[in-house]
Design a protein around this ligand. Structure first.
Ligand code: ZN
Length: 141
């Protein structure tokens, strides 16, 4: 399963303190008509809701980090979920001791400062569909 595309456009955005990163990206996608691409973010989160997918239970197990963390890297892809643009985001975050934690990023992750680059691709984005084996919504390519 593979497809090929080209870079169509790049947006550079600085998100504001207090914004929810998932909602802020959703608003950017809606305003600019972004449906397909990748996201790269560095900065700091005021609060982070992240977690990993439990493949036995077939569900995510999120946890909350209620202190400011450095966003070492928050990366993701943009495709369609239920017909709407969706950012699948992962982050590696570090506290003041330098120790890193990371995971899938959920709504409820709040920006302190965030510099974001969105690279938009040409063509039709992949659609996420339910994968019976994992229970995840994966790309149908
Ligand atoms: Zn994920």
């Amino acid at each position: 399963m593979r497809m090929q595309t080209n870079i169509a456009k790049v947006f550079v955005e600085r998100f504001s303190p207090g914004e929810d990163i998932v909602k802020a990206l959703g608003a950017l996608f809606e305003q600019e008509g972004v449906r397909f691409g990748i996201v790269s973010i560095i900065g700091a989160f005021r609060q982070a809701k992240i977690g990993a997918f439990d493949f036995e239970k077939k569900r995510y197990e999120p946890f909350l980090i209620e202190e400011t963390t450095e966003i070492l890297h928050c990366t993701g892809n943009i495709s369609l979920l239920d017909g709407r643009p969706f950012a699948h985001l992962h982050a590696t975050l570090a506290g003041h001791d330098g120790h890193a934690k990371g995971g899938h990023v959920f709504e409820g992750t709040i920006v302190e400062v965030a510099e974001c680059v969105v690279m938009v691709f040409d063509g039709e984005p992949p659609e996420r569909v339910e994968d019976e084996t994992t229970g995840l919504k994966l790309w149908a390519l």
